[in-house]
Design a protein around this ligand. Sequence first.
Ligand SMILES: [Zn+2]
Length: 108
Amino acid sequence: MEDNFRKTFDVCPNCGSDQRFCEQLAQEVKDKGLGRPEWTLYFDNRSGGVFDQNRAILLPIGSKIPAYQITTDICMECGTIYASEIIKLQATIQRGNIPPLTHNPSAS
Ligand SMILES: [Zn+2]
């Protein structure tokens, strides 16, 4: 995967609708002048560094590891929760600041 991987999804992968619940709620707020134009609302937004916790002690301060940011919303037509944007990032290990753990069901 390329270092600057970034992809947005404009329609529901299940039904093809472009109507998103959180996005429309945010638009209502903006229409009333109560939200900045660049402000957005989403269902969930998660980010973190990706590493094996059993090897975290081997990560020197300042080292770079892959990281991610995932944003989701809900389709108003069929209720599917789907990623509206996925981004690959890079995290830097800092003293006393180990990035949050990721869900990795294959880890042992
Ligand atoms: Zn849908």
